[in-house]
Design a protein around this ligand. Sequence first.
Ligand code: BES
Ligand code: MN
Ligand code: ZN
Length: 502
Amino acid sequence: MEFSIKSGSPEKQRSACVVVGVFEPRKLTLPAELLDNAARNYISDIIRRGDMEGKPGTTLLLHNVPGTLCDRVLLVGLGKEKEFREKEYCDAIRTAVKTLNETGSFDGTLFLTETSVKKRSVAWRIRQATLVAQETVYRFDQFKSKKDEVRRPLRKLTFAVERRNELAPAEEALIQGLAIAEGMALAKNLGNLPGNVCTPAHLAETAQKIAQDLAASCAIECQILEREEMAALGMGSLLSVAQGSRQPPKLIVLRYRGGRAEEKPVVLVGKGITFDTGGISLKPGAEMDEMKFDMCGAASVLGTLKAAALMRLPLNLTAIVPAAENMPGGAASRPGDIVTSMSGQTIEILNTDAEGRLILCDALTYAERFEPDTVVDVATLTGACVIALGHVASGLFANDDGLARDLLQAGDEAHDRAWHMPLWDDYQDQLRSPFADMANIGGRPAGSITAACFLSRFTKKYDWAHLDIAGTAWKSGTEKGATGRPVPLLAHFLLKKAGKLN
Ligand code: BES
Ligand code: MN
Ligand code: ZN
């Protein structure tokens, strides 16, 4: 889809459809009022008859509205003006784009982007509208032999801004929104691919392709470490997870250098379990298909790096993805096995289904060599996090309160929220092992916290945060599919760091 920004009056738009908002009860927004004036109260007359209350989620499509140059006018309900906030704004954009796409408009001009949202700038509104629009038209149908095509799909969207001096920040926000949307689409596509296609090798090839495609326009490079190289580095913990699978593990390192040479990088580490059967501690059968999403952390860090590179952010960024498949089999590790991690610490594997932390710990030790400014790992780590926070917030853990605050704020700003969880030493005791330096599980209580505590033992040399996205990375049920989260959170974190947030 094509996007553009415009400032101008709604009645003068030569567009297949002009979209304006109506607050509840029956209160026209300013652009709607302008249209109504040009149309000699045609719209307010219709509204008075009760066809549009302004309730959220409702729409009314009008044809041949007098006094206007567009083919159609779409009224979108915004709910009560006092309750109109971030979520309501995004919902209204979604409703508008969905309706435009289904009603055969080739192009549309949205005046919803002129509606003010408390505490949010024009740039925020445009960035968010772009993201939501791209999300609304996203389809994953590459494995369907018959695709349900939209008959006359929406091809071009124009976002209106009130004043001419808002054009420049809006243009920049549009470019950012498109980049973040592309990163999200990459994350979703990788997440949605089945485990027989999205193997560790496939993740590695995807990372290499990102580097190839962008190499002409920025400094980006990809390196893949094979099993032998990981063995030479002493990554016994990571390799123990892969040893039950026919799929060879990969350690993917994708580096983007947009900052000065001496500037320390932000390192993003993503859990890349391409399928999690649980291993010898086999998972029950119900919904096990969803464990193809166990590489969504990896997908999100690759997506975020791609977005940052597309935005040419002036900072250095490194994505590290430990990728493996967790399978049972004759060569698989068994409960009670003891492995030695790259850090030298030994781990008793009491449950082979707690494999995420086993691959992450070696990747986190590997991250030290980049002398990071900050390390953030992203992982579908624990079912316990889903119990704690549901599908709304990602779990956030950090060894630095400033970093935690910045990530929370980025999540808030991107409407991709996280919630700060404790990482107190009091929980560390649960990881005691009689035979090794630690066990890989801490029992049922506080499962997402003890998982984070495990990781914290490998991140003492830098500022580090951990995002548990087990509840937010994908949706189950009829809308099953990857969400692309937390690409928006991470992208906003980086935008802010680069001083590019308006
Ligand atoms: N990938 C799972 C976590 C998960 C489970 C995410 C369900 C989303 C939905 C992870 O590898 C896992 O199996 N964790 C175990 C840890 C336990 C054995 C300590 C869990 O959460 O049950
Ligand atoms: Mn598992
Ligand atoms: Zn897992």
